[in-house]
Structure formats: C-alpha cells, structure tokens
Ligand binder design. Structure first.
Ligand code: TXA
Ligand code: MG
Length: 358
C-alpha cells in the first residue's frame, strides 16, 4: 500500500487534507493524525471493523485496549457512564485539563465496541487539544479510537516522518501536523472516591499532566512504581483476564538497541570493542557522563540547566535517533523524577526492562 504524507502548514492545504482524512475514516479506514502528545493511528471508535484494522496494522495484541478521543469534551457521556460518587471530581478535572493530555478511565457505555476496550467494562477517554485532530474528529462527528502510531511495543512517534518509519506501507494516509508539542503520551488516571473530602487519582501511566498538576484536585497514587504492579507482556496470554492498565507492560516504549539507565556514572564501565551512545538530560560536564567513554553519539535532551518540557518534546526523537546508529547499547542518564521527569523515567525503565528480558 502506498502511504501518503500530506502537509497542513498552509490554511488552503488544511481544508483538503481534513476532508481526505474524514473520507477515509468514514469509509472504515485508519489514518495517522497528529495530537498534542504523540501521533495517533485513528479509526472510527464506534466501527468495530475499522478498529480491528488498528490492531492489525500495529500488530497489537487484542488484550491491549485503545483510548477513545472525543470530538468535543462535552461528549463524554456518549461513551462513558460517570459514577455519581466521582462525578464532581471528574467534572473538575475536565474543566481544568480538557482538551489536553489527560486520559480518564471510566465505566463504558455499550455503544463502545468491546474490541476498543479489550473486553474491559471501562473505557479510556480523552479530548485532544490538537487543532487538526479536532477538525477531523468534529467533521467526522464521531469519536476516534487512536493508539500511538507505532508498532506495538515500539517508540511512540512524535513526527510524521517517525510514523512513516513505523507504519509506512501499511496505512493510506499520514496527516503531517509538525512536531507534537508535549512529546509524551497522555497521563492515564482512574478517579476513586475514597470517602475523603478529596478523591484519589490512580496514575495508570504518568504523562504530561503531573502529580503536581493534579494536586489541587486530589491525591495521586502511582502503582507503576512498585514492582508487583508491573506485568510482563509475555506473562499475559490470550484468554487470561484483561489487565487493568496494560500501559504497565514492562516492555513498552522500547528502541531496538539495548538500553540501560544509570543512576550514577560510576555504574558504567565500557566493554572493549563495544560501541555506545549516550542519552543525557542536560549534558552537565560536572556529572561525569560525557567523558566516560568515546561515545558514538551523545544526545542532550535539554542543554544547560535542563528544562523538563524541552526534554520531553525531544525525548522520543532522541531515542529514535540513537536507535538508528547501530550501536551495541544506549546508555541513559537518570532524569530527575519530578514533573515530566516521572513520565520520562517510566518510559526509560520500560525500555531497559525489554533489554534485560531479552
Ligand atoms: O497520548 C496518548 O494517549 C496517545 C495519543 C494518540 O492520544 N495514545 C496512546 O495510546 O498513547 P496507546 O494505545 O499507545 O496507549 C494507551 C494506553 C494503553 O497502554 C492501554 O493499555 C491503556 O491506555 N488503556 C486503554 N484503555 C484502558 C482501560 N480501559 N483501562 C486501563 N488502561 C487502558
Ligand atoms: Mg502506545
């Protein structure tokens, strides 16, 4: 199949591209679209046959459910039943963070096909703030199921070229909306009423909306930090009960090159004859990583004092770049675990876990 990349960086172009994307989606096809987090591989969420194509194209196991993206944030009750005891908390979150990179897991309505939710009684929902994505969803007038537009388990794409590298030849259209402004997948949250004045937010996947952002609205709890909550993709087979948050699969977000995360430069001594690349947070010479070996390449996420949003925007691009070098191992410095650093460390640990399993 020929995959077209259509640019949108001119108002006259945008109109035709949106129409073409809508035409394909209405015909039950899949289309790669930009969002503010990463590129998504979209299909009509209410068309089970179209959604099945997403799983086929990504080679994604059927037990891993998709996120549903609403045309308008006010459409939430078309796909989800909001339990009375968390309704006020959900409304506060939506008022503050939608449209934007926050995904809420809520009981699903029967209109959502089981294939979307992998048979779970819940659906993950968000409303994207990307203007192109929204034009497409609103013109189509239906919610869009969209996982990240990469092969299952690979790095999420944050540019149209990265989607092409992942899925070129397998999909008809990539809408090029430029680089994604957040660069990390949405924060996934389950809201719980724990009988206190404020609700509890179970963070199923850390992302651009951080525990600090959520603090005014409730207490955050991140089970992904404890080992017993992580599950390996190979430990789960078809027929086993669907896992609650498959984003917890420990081998997600992985480059092909083995990756190791270092807590300190002292934890690394290069093996003779091996070629290494370094992923550095701010490239501080004092920290002692830059001179550890003769790196084939170093990629500094945010040179200087280190700014989390800058590092996040470049994060998946950097991993893709280092992955293309053909080195023996990518060495990643630890990123401070605050703010967006929590999400980046989550992705790095998952990438490293794949290496150690192999
Ligand atoms: O930013 C994003 O979230 C991007 C853009 C395209 O919107 N999408 C994305 O989708 O990252 P995906 O499929 O790559 O990751 C979605 C995660 C998966 O790990 C999935 O297991 C989890 O959301 N998920 C989906 N439905 C769920 C549910 N009902 N309960 C718990 N986790 C769920
Ligand atoms: Mg993904």
């Amino acid at each position: 199949m020929e995959t077209r990349i259509l640019p949108t960086d001119h108002p006259e172009l945008l109109h035709g591209v949106v129409d073409e994307a809508v035409r394909l989606l209405a015909a039950g096809e899949v289309v790669a679209l930009p969002t503010e987090t990463v590129y998504g591989l979209a299909a009509d969420a209410l068309n089970a046959v179209a959604v099945a194509k997403i799983f086929a194209v990504k080679e994604r196991p059927s037990f891993d459910p998709l996120i549903v993206h609403l045309p308008h944030k006010t459409d939430l009750d078309t796909v989800a039943d909001i339990p009375e005891e968390i309704a006020a908390a959900v409304k506060r979150l939506i008022d503050r963070f939608w449209p934007g990179p926050l995904t809420l897991v809520l009981p699903k309505k029967s209109v959502v096909p089981d294939i979307v939710t992998a048979g779970l009684p819940t659906v993950a929902v968000r409303a994207s703030s990307n203007l192109i994505f929204n034009r497409v969803a609103r013109t189509l007038g239906r919610p869009l199921a969209a996982p990240s537009a990469n092969h299952f388990g690979s790095l999420s794409p944050t540019s149209a070229n990265a989607v092409m590298a992942e899925l070129g030849g397998r999909i008809p259209l990539i809408v090029d909306g430029g680089a994604c402004i957040h660069g990390l997948e949405s924060t996934i949250v389950r809201v719980e009423n724990v009988g206190e004045s404020k609700p509890r937010f179970v963070i199923l996947r850390p992302g651009p909306i951080t525990p600090d952002d959520l603090k005014p609205f409730g207490r955050s709890f991140f089970p992904g930090r404890t080992k017993e909550h992580r599950r390996d993709v190979e430990a789960v087979s078809e027929g086993e009960p669907a896992m609650e948050a498959p984003g917890q699969l420990i081998s997600h977000y992985a480059p092909h090159t083995p990756l190791r995360v270092l807590e300190s430069p002292h934890d690394f001594s290069p093996e003779p004859g091996k070629r290494y690349a370094l992923l550095s947070y701010c490239g501080d010479p004092e920290e002692g990583y830059l001179n550890l070996t003769d790196w084939v390449q170093t990629f500094v996420l945010s040179p200087g004092n280190g700014k989390m949003p800058e590092a996040a925007v470049r994060f998946f691009y950097a991993l893709r770049e280092l992955d293309s070098l053909g080195v023996d191992e990518i060495i990643a410095e630890s990123i401070p675990e605050r703010g967006l650093g929590i999400a980046m460390m989550d992705r790095l640990r998952k990438a490293a876990a794949k290496t150690h399993r192999a």
